[in-house]
Design a protein. Structure first.
Length: 64
């Protein structure tokens, strides 16, 4: 079974295209995104907000 939905793929594709154009900006700081990994993360984050089929984020285990 597919891990990611079609809507998620479209969001990531759009984010990657914007990165290549140089128009993709990161969250709060609004800095220009140049990293492929960051572009993918932004696309998946947007897909989650819309409610697309995307696996949940891996949470880091806190050390005590």
């Amino acid at each position: 079974m597919a891990r990611y939905g079609e809507k998620a793929a479209k969001k990531v594709e759009k984010a990657m295209h914007e990165r290549k154009e140089g128009t993709l900006k990161s969250g709060r700081s609004r800095k220009k995104v140049t990293s492929k990994k960051q572009a993918i993360a932004i696309g998946l984050s947007e897909a989650r907000k819309v409610g697309a089929k995307v696996p949940s984020k891996k949470s880091s285990s806190k050390k005590k």
